[in-house]
Design a protein. Structure first.
Length: 267
């Protein structure tokens, strides 16, 4: 009986040392990646980043409001031009990047456009595969001339509005991208995503009717495999939301409802 107990003790000791060895190997192979994956994320959280974006209102917030509400001085670099205010940051050794932009027009004291991107690429470890995911959102005033154009169909009008969103996003990023490489990288992801969505809609215009549906429109993404886009237009304000990578699954948000995501992390 004593020999059996000793055998069991050796067995459990062996399992303990095997587990310890695996954890040590994972840490050595991936740097701090395995530990970062297990530990609670450090601030700012996704909620912290998103809440500043949502507190800035189209045709409501001025430049002072934008900096007060959107800027996290401990974690972000602030960039400004005559038309654009941007806050951008990185964490997790550069695996997570984000930016928030607010844009103005000459003669308009209040925000006319705003943008948000949060991209998180967790490194592959011994216990978890690589997961890349990104959230993109923008809201802007659409010029009345575009809205009054005699389009051949409602779908054609929606595609034209999305193209205008794309054009403005490129212009606004260019205003501040020279100050911070994070803005350039994040702006490139937004550009790539909008381009892919527009290509899908131009090849299948009928899909535009799904933009404001619960499922949205699915499209292929060059680096993140898949994306889903939703778009809602209310009066002269358009809101676009895109989720990419692993965030695509379960994307069932209603753009007509006021966003409540500031209460929880999106991941």
């Amino acid at each position: 009986m004593k020999n059996k107990k000793n055998d069991l003790s050796k067995l459990f000791d062996g399992r303990f040392f095997l587990t310890a060895a695996l954890l040590a190997a994972s840490t050595l192979l991936s740097g701090c990646g395995a530990l970062d994956y297990i530990k609670t994320d450090k601030p700012p959280s996704d909620t912290d980043i998103m809440s500043g974006y949502y507190r800035v209102g189209i045709k409501v917030s001025n430049s002072v409001d934008v900096i007060d509400e959107m800027y996290l001085p401990d974690y972000e670099l602030l960039s400004q031009s005559k038309k654009v205010i941007s806050c951008a940051g990185q964490k997790k050794q550069g695996y997570k990047s984000w930016y928030k932009l607010a844009a103005f027009e000459e003669g308009e004291p209040y925000v006319q456009r705003k943008y948000l991107l949060i991209a998180d690429e967790k490194p592959k470890t011994l216990f978890a595969s690589k997961r890349t995911r990104a959230l993109i959102e923008c809201s802007m005033v659409i010029d009345k001339e575009l809205l009054k154009e005699p389009f051949t169909s409602e779908n054609a009008k929606l595609i034209a509005i999305l193209k205008r969103v794309h054009e403005k996003s490129i212009e606004d990023v260019a205003e501040v991208s020279a100050d911070n490489n994070v803005i350039t990288v994040c702006g490139g992801m937004v550009n790539q995503s909008l381009s892919a969505a527009i290509t899908k809609l131009e090849s299948s215009p009928a899909e535009a009717a799904k933009l404001n549906s619960a499922d949205g429109v699915t499209f292929s993404h060059l680096s993140l495999d898949k994306g889903v886009i939703k778009m809602g237009v209310e009066y002269d304000i358009v809101t676009v939301r895109i989720k990419l990578g692993s965030l695509v699954k379960g994307f069932k948000l209603d753009l007509e409802k006021e966003t409540k995501e500031t209460d929880i992390d999106i991941w």
